[in-house]
Design a protein around this ligand. Structure first.
Ligand SMILES: Cc1cc2nc3c(=O)[nH]c(=O)nc-3n(C[C@H](O)[C@H](O)[C@H](O)COP(=O)(O)OP(=O)(O)OC[C@H]3O[C@@H](n4cnc5c(N)ncnc54)[C@H](O)[C@@H]3O)c2cc1C
Length: 387
């Protein structure tokens, strides 16, 4: 019996290959020269967000009829990977917007919400995703932000913490509880526009890594949301959060993969140039083995990221793979970035060279969208069974 041979996981279609190299080239040429200044200024360069929208990278999975690129989740993963090779901080903007905000709207938005929001999210409105609070991180469903039903809509009161894209965003998906006594079954998602009275940005965090990406507190003080901004059904916010974060984790895996690839590229180029004992350090077997080990780990992470994304696009179960991917790729990123610092020697320890920034940026991969322990908890449930 003749069998069709499945394509190797890392084999990109012609369109995927072209898309990846276009984004990579944009990242090298446009983002690359600004990376250090943006890290130091703790903000994106003027015009950068607009240029990312201009390239179509903020509407990757939004249908063409709504102004998007009509691409796949795998395309979004490729874009996040390609940008992260140059600047993981810029990749967070694209990642949170596409894999969390746009996907939540696409999946749970009613026809009027899709019509109102998808064209804006594709064209110029940055999206953010507000689940975490001071007392609700790993235990996200312990959130305290209150939603109260009032005539014609809802009143939101509370504070959100750690919200990526907050300074740039025009639309926030905010999770609040309609009924604290109902536990996770009270959690409800709302579409909150930046200019809504009662909604303000609080403190902006001064971070170890991905410093150009804004991470802020949100303050909801009598913030009145019209009825039509309820996303999904009352009490179903927990489902929206779980499902978007499952998908988002593959995006973070891609960010960590790209970061590791970027660090490896710098380390290997530096090793060929830097001479000690009369020859390039790349001629020492110890340095070669370090680079070989890094490349091997990167390849393993790439296979996991691509497999999880392709499973998602194929409509197959991917929760276990997504958690494993984020868990593993964030470890690889940290190890590769650390080794990159060492290959650069003293130059790895100073800001003039790129190594130290990759090292700082890698750390967050083990923290956001579920810490490594939370990924292990998901993986354990999946592989051992039980509730
Ligand atoms: C830069 C950045 C950007 C972020 N962006 C967003 C965003 O856009 N939107 C958003 O909603 N959130 C965002 N977050 C929040 C992020 O998701 C949380 O920080 C994360 O979920 C961890 O929560 P926590 O910080 O409260 O840590 P905690 O939950 O307090 O965890 C502290 C430690 O305890 C461990 N731990 C906790 N519970 C358990 C357990 N049951 N078993 C074993 N170990 C446990 C954790 O693994 C961790 O090591 C962001 C965070 C950062 C740092």
């Amino acid at each position: 019996m003749a069998h069709a041979t499945p394509a190797p996981l890392t084999q990109l279609s012609e369109e995927e290959g072209l898309f990846y190299s276009t984004v990579q080239q944009y990242a090298e040429e446009t983002i690359g020269p600004q990376v250090r200044a943006m890290d130091e200024a703790q903000q994106f360069a003027g015009g950068l967000v607009e240029s990312i929208f201009g390239l179509g990278l903020m509407g990757i999975e939004i249908p063409e009829r709504s102004g998007g690129a009509g691409g796949s989740f795998f395309d979004a993963v490729l874009a996040i990977e390609a940008i992260s090779t140059v600047d993981p901080a810029v990749a967070v903007l694209v990642d949170v917007h596409n894999t969390l905000c746009v996907n939540a709207v696409r999946r749970w938005g009613n026809p009027a919400q899709l019509q109102a929001w998808l064209p804006r999210l594709a064209a110029g409105t940055v999206g953010a995703y507000a689940l975490s609070e001071a007392g609700a991180g790993s235990d996200a469903f312990a959130l305290q932000t209150r939603a109260e039903k009032v005539a014609g809509g809802f009143l939101l009161n509370g504070r959100k913490l750690w919200i990526s894209n907050a300074r740039e965003a025009g639309l926030f998906i905010v999770f609040a509880t309609l009924d604290p006594a109902a536990g996770y079954r009270g959690i409800t998602a709302f579409l909150v526009e930046k200019d809504t009275p009662g909604f303000t940005l609080g403190r902006k965090e001064d971070k170890l890594g991905i410093r150009a990406s804004s991470t802020c507190e949100l303050i909801l003080d009598g913030c009145r949301i019209p009825e039509e901004n309820l996303l999904g059904k009352p009490g179903k916010g927990y489902k929206i959060a779980i499902e978007t974060l499952n998908e988002g984790r593959i995006g973070i895996g891609a960010q960590m993969l790209g970061l590791a690839e970027g660090a490896w590229g710098h380390a290997s180029r530096y090793a060929r140039q830097r001479r000690q004992f009369g020859k390039p350090i790349a001629e020492f077997q110890a340095v070669q083995f370090a680079l070989a080990e890094m490349a091997t780990e990167i390849q393993a992470a790439r296979l996991m990221v691509y497999n999880a994304a392709r499973l998602k696009d194929a409509g197959r179960p991917y929760v276990r793979e997504a958690a494993m991917t984020k868990y593993f790729a964030s470890q690889v990123a940290e190890r590769v970035a650390s080794q990159c610092v060492e290959i650069f020697g003293g130059n790895g320890f100073v800001r003039e060279y790129p190594a130290e920034k990759y090292y700082r940026d890698a750390k967050v991969g083990k923290i956001y969208e579920g810490t490594s322990n939370m990924q292990l908890a998901t993986i354990a449930k999946q592989v051992l069974g039980g509730k």
